[in-house]
Design a protein around this ligand. Structure first.
Ligand code: ADP
Length: 310
C-alpha cells in the first residue's frame, strides 16, 4: 500500500450562524489536502501529522480524522496546549474576513514529539507533504529539527512535496519566509505553488520567471496553479499548460488549492500522468468551490467526481 504523510495544523473553525450562534468545523491546509486525497484514493494510506491538545475539541478533531479514513499515528497530544481557533465572518457583500487565535496552539509544538524512532518510521513513507503554513506554524527554535528530519526523509527515499502557500501575516518579515522557503525548495521533489505565492514574495509575475527562479533547485516536477485560468506543469524543462474550465457560480474558494493538491498527489501516487492528475485535481477543486467551507460534504464530492470520471 502506498503511504503518504501530510504535515500541518488543524484548527477549530468558527462561523457566525446568526446573531446569537456560531457553527464549528475543523480545517487547515494540509488537513484539507489529506481529506480530499483519501476521499478520492481510498487505496492509499494517508496520515495527517500534527499535535493537538488533550481536551474534548481535540478528541472531536481526532474523531473527524478517523471518520475521513485518515491514520492518526503521527498526531501527538500536548497536554499543556489546545488547538488553534479562527473565526470567519462574511460581510453584506460576501467578503470574508478571518480572526485567528493560533499563537499558542498545540500544533506549534509538534517537533517536540519527533525523535529518531518517529523519523525512522516516517522514512518508510512514499511521500511527505508540507506547506509554507505548516512551516510558519513550527516554533522558530524548532525549525532546525524539522529540516534535519526532512533531510533524513529525503535520504531515505521519501518524495518531498512543498506548497509555499505564502501568508504574510504568519511570518515576522519577508526575509524570514524566504529563508525557510529556500530550504524547502532545495529539498523538494515536487513543488505545488500558486503564481500568487511568487508574485507576493518575490515579485515574479510570469510562469517563466518562476521557473527561472526555481531552476537552481533542480526540482523534478513543478505544478503552478493560476486560479481559474490554467495550470502549468514543468517536468525536465518541458512546460505544458492545462486549461481550467471555470465554474459559473463560485460559492467559496476556501480550500481550492488544498483539494487540488490532495487529489494531484493521489493521482501521481497511483501512476497517472501529470496531465490526467491536473484534470482530476482541478475537477475536485471546482467541486469544492461550489460548497461553503473547506471540506465539502463527502457524498456530494464523491457523486461529483463519479459523474466526471466514473
Ligand atoms: P489557492 O489560492 O487556494 O491556492 P487557486 O486559486 O490557485 O487556489 O486555485 C486552485 C485550483 O482551483 C486551480 O488550479 C483550479 O483548478 C481551481 N479553481 C480555482 N478557481 C476556479 C474557478 N473559478 N473555476 C474553476 N476552477 C477553479
Amino acid at each position: 500500500m502506498q503511504k503518504v504523510v501530510l504535515f500541518g495544523e488543524c484548527m477549530l473553525e468558527l462561523k457566525q450562524n446568526d446573531a446569537a450562534t456560531m457553527r464549528h468545523a475543523f480545517a487547515g491546509d494540509a488537513l484539507n489536502s489529506a481529506v480530499y486525497l483519501k476521499r478520492q484514493f481510498s487505496q492509499i494510506d494517508v496520515s495527517f501529522m500534527s499535535a493537538v491538545g488533550d481536551d474534548s475539541i481535540s478528541q472531536q478533531m481526532l474523531d473527524v480524522f478517523t471518520q475521513e479514513g485518515l491514520d492518526n499515528c503521527f498526531v501527538y497530544a500536548d497536554k499543556t496546549k489546545a488547538p488553534g481557533v479562527y473565526l470567519v465572518q462574511t460581510d453584506e457583500d460576501g467578503e470574508r474576513s478571518f480572526v485567528y487565535w493560533r499563537e499558542n496552539s498545540a500544533a506549534r509544538e509538534v517537533m517536540q514529539f519527533v525523535d529518531q524512532d518517529v523519523i525512522d518510521t516516517l522514512g518508510s513513507q512514499d511521500l511527505f507533504f508540507f506547506s509554507g503554513i505548516s512551516l510558519a506554524v513550527i516554533k522558530p527554535e524548532q525549525r532546525a529539527m524539522f529540516w534535519d528530519m526532512l533531510k533524513q526523509l529525503k535520504q531515505a527515499g521519501v518524495k518531498i512535496v512543498f506548497d509555499p502557500n505564502y501568508r504574510p501575516r504568519l511570518w515576522r518579515d519577508e526575509d524570514e519566509a524566504k529563508g525557510e522557503f529556500e530550504q524547502a525548495f532545495a529539498l523538494s521533489d515536487l513543488l505545488l505553488p500558486g503564481i500568487e505565492d511568487f508574485s507576493q514574495l518575490y515579485q515574479l509575475e510570469s510562469v517563466n520567471e518562476i521557473l527561472d527562479f526555481c531552476q537552481p533547485y533542480q526540482i523534478e516536477e513543478i505544478v503552478i496553479k493560476n486560479g481559474p485560468e490554467s495550470v502549468f506543469i514543468a517536468i525536465d524543462g518541458q512546460v505544458q499548460e492545462v486549461k481550467i474550465q471555470p465554474v459559473a457560480k463560485v460559492v467559496d474558494t476556501t480550500s481550492a488549492g488544498d483539494s487540488f493538491n490532495g487529489v494531484y498527489l493521489g493521482a501521481r501516487m497511483t501512476e497517472q500522468t501529470p496531465q490526467r492528475a491536473v484534470e482530476l485535481a482541478s475537477a475536485a477543486a471546482s467541486c469544492v468551490i461550489q460548497h461553503p467551507g473547506a471540506i465539502a460534504p463527502a457524498q456530494a464530492f464523491k457523486d461529483f467526481m463519479q459523474s466526471r470520471f466514473g
